[in-house]
Design a protein around this ligand. Structure first.
Ligand code: SF4
Length: 581
């Protein structure tokens, strides 16, 4: 029988051995690869081999500082990690010569250190993009090799599950999660403890935990980031959720084409099975739990929880009418809970360190941290885990470094295409589920797209509406026709041919969508237009009255919806069927 103590002992020994020789870690998540990290990884391996240096070179995930990719850190035995940004293959070979052979850490090339000081290099903890962070769900990202179980356990992994199985009844786990104040990070911000309670109380021997990594929002990449950097934290969280609710199986639902998250999550699940952390009688307990990865097709709406279940069942991803709710009738007709990747990734630490610890971070109603994805016109794009309560200004200006274009911020587009637009005058509101909703936008799953004054709000909004129109599943007509109609009106305004009645027409359409649509896609569909009218009314006025675009961004063309992802490769659906149940 595998015990946690044995696993932890072996993992710590493995981790200690890694630190007995120089260790080079290369960020090879999607952001790193896009910047050339794979070539840097090969160059480092070649340089180390050519010079006969006994160093370990390991690909790791993303530490969140995407602006610095390709990011390499080198740690000599007993010394801090030194991070080097925007490393090229040539620079990689230079670092091997200078630091590993000559012991010159090249302060002129370094971004910062972690775990101690090196003369001439500022600690990363003092860097404006790192300083405000409190890393809980992302604590291992960029530090461990993804899907390496020993790395995960050596850094405190599976303490939460071991504690839950040996010291807590399922109801106590739910109580601890409820006490933590953890709310769903997928957009709805519902209490996770309350949600688990519904499932725990549902009758029947078969129940499911569904993990949502559809993550189709433009500007959101934190779910994918966790899965391709540290998938075990999600797997452990999902297993704890299974124990707490009496669920028998977990499905991790990942969008087709997200190869890094799919590969690493599958590999990590296999490793967990091998170590007795999934399957029958986990860690020698009476609790058994299975997990697998299920793939979605090409639909943004399949991120909606009931559409997600339809997709796993192999049907077209269209939302179901509710009631019945998933906690009563979910996947394959069995009680189910749908949780976002981020939500479950907090759970191991919440259980290991206690709900009160988690609740001590953040604001009164938004506990813990927010994992913010910064993109758009921002100097330091990346994903950052910060306590709730930080102002948007600190996120955008301190962490993100401002627009980086020399022009001031005009607006933030938050919470995905259905979230909304916030004007620059709202930069001093706190990052908070409820505060942002009151201000006219939503936090959603953490995407913040920054736009400077060269952006036209009409152009931005019609692109958002075009995305939503294309992604509408078409099941109900207020959404299907509402987006189409709204896009026609926006195209007309953008082309300088708007009518005086157009704004009122869009309000009427938006109201019908909100009242008559079956799911959030249509119900929230007016949000981008509504919020842009509130914060950027001048852009609409200039288009309507002066018949011109204030920034020149609107071209006289129709923004017909475009495909948002690659064409399916012949037969992929058959190869990735959802027939395992
Ligand atoms: S609101 Fe839109 S996405 Fe949702 S079911 Fe209706 S048509 Fe489909």
């Amino acid at each position: 029988m595998t015990t946690y103590a044995t696993l932890a002992q072996e993992a710590r020994a493995h981790w200690a051995a890694l630190h007995e020789r120089p260790w080079i870690r290369v960020g090879t998540a999607i952001c790193g690869k896009a910047a050339g990290a794979q070539e840097v990884l090969h160059a480092l391996r070649r340089a180390v081999e050519r010079r006969g240096i006994p160093a370990t070179v390991t690909p790791v995930g993303c530490i969140g500082l995407c602006f610095a990719e390709p990011l390499v850190d080198i740690q000599k035995p007993g010394r801090p990690r030194i991070f080097y940004q925007k490393v090229t293959p040539h620079l990689a070979a230079t670092l091997v010569e200078d630091y590993l052979l000559q012991d010159n850490p090249r302060p002129d090339l370094a971004l910062g250190t972690l775990g101690g000081r090196v003369e001439g290099i500022a600690p990363l903890e003092e860097h404006p993009a790192w300083k405000p962070q409190v890393r809980i769900a992302t604590r291992n990202c960029g530090t461990v090799e993804p899907a390496n179980l020993a790395h995960y356990i050596a850094n405190g992994g599976y303490q939460g599950l071991a504690k839950a199985l040996t010291e807590m009844k399922p109801a106590q786990v739910i109580e601890e999660v409820t006490k933590s104040g953890l709310r769903g990070r997928g957009g709805a911000a519902f209490s996770t403890g309350a949600k688990w309670n519904f499932l725990a109380r549902a009758p029947g021997p078969v129940k499911y935990i569904l993990v949502n990594c559809e993550e189709g929002d433009p500007g959101a990449f934190n779910d994918k980031g966790i899965l391709e950097s540290d998938p075990f934290t999600l797997i452990e969280g999902c297993t704890i959720a299974g124990y707490a609710t009496g669920a028998t199986k977990g499905y991790v639902f990942i969008r087709h084409g997200h190869e890094g998250p799919i590969t690493f999550t599958r590999k990590a699940i296999q490793e967990a099975y091998k170590a007795g952390l999934l399957g029958k009688n986990i860690l020698g307990s009476a609790f058994s739990f299975d997990m697998e990865v299920a793939l979605t097709g090409e639909s943004y709406v399949s991120g909606e929880e009931t559409a997600l279940m339809e997709a796993i069942e192999g049907k077209r991803a269209m939302p179901r009418s509710r009631p019945p709710f998933p906690a009563q009738v979910g996947l394959w007709g069995k009680p189910s809970n749908i949780n976002n990747v981020k939500t479950l990734s907090y759970v191991p630490e919440v259980v290991a360190r206690g709900g009160a610890w988690f609740a001590s971070i953040g604001t009164e109603k938004s506990k813990g941290t927010a994992i913010v994805c910064l993109s758009g016109q921002v100097a330091r794009p990346g994903w950052y885990e910060v306590p709730f309560g930080l102002t948007l200004r600190r996120v955008v200006e301190d962490i993100g470094g401002g627009t980086g274009t020399g022009r001031p911020v005009k607006l933030l587009q938050t919470g995905g295409p259905l979230g909304g637009v916030l004007g620059a005058e709202r930069l001093d509101i706190a990052l908070d589920f409820d505060g942002m909703a009151q201000a006219g936008a939503i936090f959603g799953s953490g995407g913040i797209i920054v736009a400077d004054t060269a952006t036209c709000a009409v152009d931005l909004v019609r692109n958002l509406v075009a995305f939503c129109q294309f992604e509408s599943c078409g099941k109900c007509f207020p959404c299907r026709l509402g987006f189409t109609h709204m896009l026609e009106v926006l195209d007309r305004i953008a082309a300088g041919q708007g009518r005086p009645s157009d704004l009122e027409a869009m309000r009427t359409i938006g109201q019908a969508m909100s009242l008559g649509s079956l799911c959030g896609h249509g119900q929230l569909g007016f949000n981008p237009v509504h919020s842009a009218l509130r914060f950027c009314a001048e852009d609409f006025r200039i288009h309507l009255e002066e018949r011109r675009c204030p920034t020149g961004a609107c071209e006289p063309r129709l923004s017909l919806p475009k495909r948002t992802r690659p064409e399916p490769v012949g037969g992929w659906y058959a190869r990735h069927s959802y027939a395992h149940h």
